[in-house]
Write a protein that binds this ligand. Structure first.
Ligand SMILES: [Zn+2]
Length: 326
């Protein structure tokens, strides 16, 4: 019987044991006699089931409980993706069935900490275009992890940053012709696509490469924090990058968002800001006044940490959209 890896999930270990006996996971369950399906057992372990597995595997019930999610903080629990099957190619080199670790089930786990390698999943959508700022993704993932574990130390609560990134910067609108350029020509005129009301959240201003990674008609951003685990990889990854960029320079990120927003979006963003620290609100007011005094383009981002190529694009697009909306 293979021993469990450090931090391995109970369901992962059970699958690997089933492989040794050349049975399915259901077959192993029937043989050992635990009642709950393995994935459910990980979230809500039942002592009687754990005792059966402990007896069959000659391990302690405590050790088995440690392979589940029974003691994680409530927010971390809501951000778990129990069905996730990401693996680390280095950890599982030479293995017939790669192990799955508990840490990798978190919605914002993108790499194996041991090998500093991106986790291998089955989703490749948007991966090329989003891969350029791995450092921000990693920093954002760390902020999100600490927040989920109830150890948030960021200057702005991470939950507020997520709300900002998901908040509309503009009214939902149908895609512009250039936003359909990647669709085959025959599909560009389909009424179902042309009539689609696409959301335009602040994320697209803070992480403009997300729009390059995933075309607007295919973006599946969650409307709230509770839906985050169900979002595809690209959406979660872009949000982690966004969290890092906003926290690196909140005032700059907000000013850029306000500049690129329409009246509808500006009201939404300002309503969220009411709950942000007073010092940041004050600096935003100050920056906004300076922008008005100097005129459009006057705020030359003296203190910006954004790469210029990352911020030029949305303003061009917004200018186009302003004309299209007019
Ligand atoms: Zn690894």
């Amino acid at each position: 019987m293979p021993p469990p890896f450090q931090d391995e999930r109970l369901s992962s270990w059970m699958e690997r044991i089933a492989d040794v006996y050349r049975v399915s996971l259901d077959g192993l369950q029937a043989h050992v006699g635990w009642a709950r399906p393995a994935l459910q057992l990980e979230s809500e372990p039942v002592r009687a089931d754990m005792e059966r597995i402990a007896a069959a595997t000659r391990s302690s019930v405590e050790r088995l409980f440690a392979m589940t999610f029974h003691d994680v903080p409530p927010r971390y629990r809501t951000l778990l993706r129990p069905a996730s099957r990401e693996t680390c190619p280095v950890c599982s080199r030479g293995m017939q069935r790669p192990q799955r670790l508990r840490a990798w089930s978190f919605a914002f786990s993108f790499r194996c900490d041991r090998h500093r390698q991106p986790l291998f999943g089955f989703e490749t959508r948007g991966a090329c275009a989003l891969g350029g700022d791995e450092a921000s993704a990693q920093r954002g993932a760390e902020f999100l992890y600490r927040w989920a574990m109830g150890r948030d130390t960021a200057a702005v609560p991470v939950g507020s940053v997520l709300s900002l990134l998901l908040s509309p910067s503009r009214k939902a609108s149908s895609p512009a012709p250039w936003e359909l350029a990647r669709l085959p020509l025959a599909h560009q005129h389909e009424p179902s696509i042309l009539s689609r009301r696409c959301r335009r959240p602040a994320l697209r201003i803070v992480v403009p490469e997300f729009a390059l990674a995933v075309p607007i008609y295919d973006q599946r951003l969650p409307s709230g924090v509770a839906d985050l685990p169900n979002a595809p990889w690209a959406e979660r990854y872009a949000l982690a990058v966004g969290v890092a960029r906003v926290l690196r320079n909140p005032v700059d990120a907000i000013l850029r968002t306000l500049e690129a927003s329409d009246d509808f979006g500006r009201k939404k963003v300002k309503a969220l800001l009411d709950r942000w620290p007073a010092a940041i609100r004050g600096a935003v007011d100050c920056g906004a006044r300076r922008t008005r005094t100097r005129g459009e383009g006057g705020r030359t981002a003296q203190n910006t940490h954004f790469k210029p190529r990352l911020v030029r694009e949305p303003s061009n697009r917004d200018a186009w959209r302003d004309r299209a909306d007019a």
